[in-house]
Design a protein around this ligand. Structure first.
Ligand SMILES: Cc1ncc(COP(=O)(O)O)c(C=O)c1O
Length: 428
């Protein structure tokens, strides 16, 4: 006999409290305090100079991060948005260029392209909810210069297909790894496939200093140009005021430097990354194991299940109208779950809500970059519409999302699986 749903007055399937989704943030402890106090005791607060004989925490974090990820260069930044803009500029992307980006990502991935004065072209996701390589090919024009591919919600993109397209069309690849630190694709860390890999250490991310970012890259020139854009004061140069050592080394940039206090916190947080990802992966798999054969739901497929960081669980229902009642019923069971796309509820992770892109809003009356006079390689203007990527909206309309906090227990996982199965029996 079916157990009565909590929403109809039955007993709750999950009786334990839910943790907020701040995996690294909730683990802040003695290690972070020790690192930060060292910065204060040393009075060394700026990465490029301070009292003699002190090692920069930001530099130490960069070294540890690039060693862990297997990358040649690493540059810490103040945010992933700053990392993305610096990477685009460093790759020579700018006026007249188009960059293809996915329509399911935090808005910053797209805004960074506009900040670099290039025109974003928004592509579909496939069922993995990462960029659809087939749609990338369809959207390439003679003006396409790069791709921003997003390893969304911990899941790696199809990097084999993406790198193959990039090679054939001579495109730059910038990986947005903001939501996927420690994710792998076929055993290789994401962020090390393309020209640049960008990470976020904002508070909601797996490891955090409240704010922060990182760029990984393998090319010395791109690395120097990232340094140049992220620190227009040129403190990063061996001789700050020297003539440029190569064409394109010096130009007007911005300030996206990471502070020593953030670097100190990140050094300690990096030491916790593997444990956090292992915990989330194990929770996610434990739940999936118990729901994978449940009728009416389909777990989000993954380009490489081994490489998923496990930060969330996403599964499809067979019709979008079932999502809201399903989530309501799950909430009544004690499980925090939500739908992803609802045209009436604004969410800056879905292109259909990116009003300032859809309406080409710019900071001045000159409609830069959309009406760029250098946009000549593609005779067609890039146009946007809410319904231009129907597959993306269809997938996102049918999906249910649950965070997987690292702090959960096996008992929590079993209760979540029980709740999903209980609700699915009635609603799915
Ligand atoms: C996919 C994605 N890209 C970029 C960003 C921007 O990161 P930051 O807040 O560090 O600039 C975020 C932040 O939420 C994100 O989720």
């Amino acid at each position: 006999m079916k157990e009565q749903l909590a929403i109809y007055g039955g007993p709750k399937a999950k009786t334990t409290p839910n943790y907020p989704m701040y995996p690294g943030g909730l683990e802040i402890g003695e290690e972070e305090k020790k690192q930060v106090l060292e910065v204060l005791d040393n009075k060394y607060l700026f990465r490029y100079y301070g009292p003699a004989g002190v090692e920069s925490k930001v530099r130490a974090f960069e070294n540890a991060f690039k060693e862990k990820m297997g990358s040649k260069y690493a540059l810490a930044t103040s945010s992933c948005t700053g990392a993305l803009i610096s990477s685009l500029v460093a790759c020579g992307i700018g006026p007249g260029d188009e960059v293809i980006v996915t329509g399911y990502t935090f808005f910053a991935s797209c805004a960074a392209i506009v900040s670099a004065k290039a025109i974003p072209v928004i592509a579909e996701v496939d069922e993995t909810l990462t960029i659809d390589p087939i749609d990338i090919e369809k959207k390439i024009t003679p003006a396409t210069k790069g791709l921003v591919v997003v390893h969304m919600r911990g899941v790696p993109c199809n990097m084999d297909a993406i790198m193959d397209i990039a090679k054939r069309h001579n495109l730059r690849v910038i990986e947005d790894c903001a939501q996927a630190v420690g994710a792998t694709y076929k055993g290789q860390y994401v962020g090390t496939f393309g020209d640049c890999g960008c990470f976020s250490f904002q508070y909601h991310k797996t490891i955090t200093a409240g704010e922060g970012g990182m760029i990984l890259c393998k090319d010395a020139r791109i690395y120097d140009r990232c340094c140049s854009y992220h620190d227009t004061a040129a403190c990063w140069r061996p001789d700050r005021f020297a003539e440029q050592r190569f064409e394109g080394e010096l130009f007007c940039g911005s300030n996206y430097r990471m502070s020593e206090l953030a670097g100190a916190v990140m050094l300690a947080q990096l030491g916790k990354l593997d444990r956090l990802n292992a915990a989330m992966r194990s929770h996610q798999r434990r739940i999936i194991e118990q729901i994978k054969d449940t009728k009416g739901i389909k777990v989000r497929p993954c380009n490489d299940p081994e490489g998923d960081t496990g930060i969330c669980l996403m599964f499809y229902l067979d019709a979008p109208e079932k999502v809201a009642p399903f989530c309501e019923a799950l909430k009544a069971e004690g499980v925090d779950a939500s739908g992803v796309f609802n045209s009436g509820i604004p969410d800056w992770h879905i292109y259909a809500h990116w009003k300032h892109i859809l309406h080409k809003k710019t900071s001045s009356d000159v409609c830069c970059p959309y009406e760029c006079p250098y946009h000549v390689k593609n005779p067609e203007p890039v146009e946007y519409a809410e319904d231009m990527n129907p597959h993306t909206l269809e997938y996102l309309g049918k999906v249910v999302h649950l965070d997987i906090p690292a702090q959960m227990t096996d008992e929590d996982c079993d209760m979540i699986a029980k709740a999903i199965n209980k609700v699915a029996e009635v609603f799915a």
